[in-house]
Design a protein around this ligand. Structure first.
Ligand code: ZN
Length: 165
């Protein structure tokens, strides 16, 4: 597996600011009204627990939100996910999940991640790239990807997910 290059200090600082902002003031920290799916994600390695709710209407994620407790990375990831995906199709959501997953595990860099998603979501990847700093830390990768696993479970009609799988 090719590892993406380490981050520069400037980028690392910018990324930390984004994560702290979303970690302290998470967006869409609530339960979606009239949600059509709900799934909980647990990351026992860190103690993160997030519950993702979404309302899917004719293949489009009309609303995405989350609640839970966790470290700044898991909460920031959930917050950015909810912002990025509102109004997007399920296919776009899955593509973004894969891009974020590969970005966080260091398989691809930000530009490669942008190439995997629709232009409407490429801008969101500039923020989501802040999560890529976790790539050196396997436990943190699970924090960052937890809400995404939960959302995928939600869309697949499952109610539980853990980072063990
Ligand atoms: Zn965590």
């Amino acid at each position: 597996m090719n590892q993406a290059a380490p981050l520069s200090d400037d980028l690392r600082t910018l990324y930390q600011d984004i994560i702290l902002d979303h970690g302290k003031r998470p967006r869409n920290f609530r339960v979606v009204e009239h949600h059509t799916c709900k799934a909980q994600g647990n990351n026992p390695m860190c103690g993160d627990r997030v519950t993702v709710t979404a309302r899917v209407n004719e293949g489009v994620l009309a609303d995405v939100a989350f609640e839970g407790k966790g470290c700044a990375i898991s909460i920031a990831s959930a917050s950015m996910m909810s912002e990025a995906l509102a109004g997007q199709s399920q296919e776009s959501a899955r593509a973004l999940y894969e891009a974020v997953h590969d970005l966080c595990t260091g398989k691809i860099d930000t530009d490669q991640a942008k190439a995997k998603v629709t232009p409407a979501l490429a801008d969101s990847l500039d923020k989501l790239a802040s999560l890529s700093g976790v790539r050196q830390f396997p436990v943190r990768v699970k924090c960052a990807t937890l809400p995404w696993h939960a959302l995928m479970s939600c869309l697949d009609g499952q109610t539980q997910t853990t980072t063990e799988k």
